[in-house]
Design a protein around this ligand. Sequence first.
Ligand SMILES: C[S@@+](CC[C@H](N)C(=O)[O-])C[C@H]1O[C@@H](n2cnc3c(N)ncnc32)[C@H](O)[C@@H]1O
Length: 308
Amino acid sequence: MTAKISTPIRALEFYSGIGAFSQAAKPYGIEVVAAFDQSQWANQVYELNNSQKPSSRNLDSISIKDIPEADLWWLSPPCTPYSRRGEQKDMSDPRAKSFLHLIEFMALKKPATILLENVEGFLHSKMYGHLCQTLESNGYIVNSIKLCPTMFAVPMLRPHIFIVARLAAATALPLITAPPQASSAKTLSNFIDYGLNEDTAAHLLLSEVDAEKYEPVLNVVDLKDASDAAQYVICFTSGYYRCRKASGSLLRLESGRLRFFSPGEILALLGFSADFSLSNLALPICYRLVGNSVDVRAIDYLLANALQ
Ligand SMILES: C[S@@+](CC[C@H](N)C(=O)[O-])C[C@H]1O[C@@H](n2cnc3c(N)ncnc32)[C@H](O)[C@@H]1O
């Protein structure tokens, strides 16, 4: 069994969202030959920042003939079936159907490399067992690793699981290990847009009523509180801006008012380039899209190791 790898490497981006994989893949000259996502908003943003529009068809029912030949598959499937916030229905969750379907196709198409990300709970799921069993019985070496932006010197807690599966016949590379301890961390103030204050960013302010009502469950960062080096934000989820509890940090302004981090600040924390655009979509949609996305530096780390 040999997998021929083309130059440039041809990749498929499944559950592409706003395209964290495409962002990370650019410096490697990887050609993303097709992307797939059923969200029209995500696809609008993806198309604006890349030269192609993802296919919006539902992956639950995609047929194998609609999947182009590629050396590398990237998948970022819905995490609710395995997350603490969901009901943890695992493989029986309807949102897991498309992923089950794609696992069948992995065994038939056998791309040389498969990269995948999900929440930490995925590692303890039946779906993870099923994925590993299918891949290993088809000649893949499977490696999983937890990566968090803090490992890349970024002050944000967002631990996620990343799976790297490589066809044994196509690689003699060692397993991927955690990155070495970052020597110099970027402080949170590097990611704050100081132009956004009470006067200029009324749309980002939390109402004073909500600030009082939800105070015990809010995660607030105040750059005056402690040394900047000790400050970090918690994971911004797709529910940020809608629900208050543990869905992402808020910033205390000089005036004492609390404001939401802007979608642009969250993109910067995730490692997207400064020229990345969310188009002119409404604010709640922007939050949903960036909250669903992935740490670009983590994908870069996987690519650097998987494609040596
Ligand atoms: C966790 S997000 C992935 C975000 C992406 N990695 C990014 O960089 O923004 C999951 C994505 O899968 C898409 N999705 C979920 N179920 C799908 C299905 N059955 N068919 C196609 N897309 C689906 C959602 O629209 C969402 O954008």
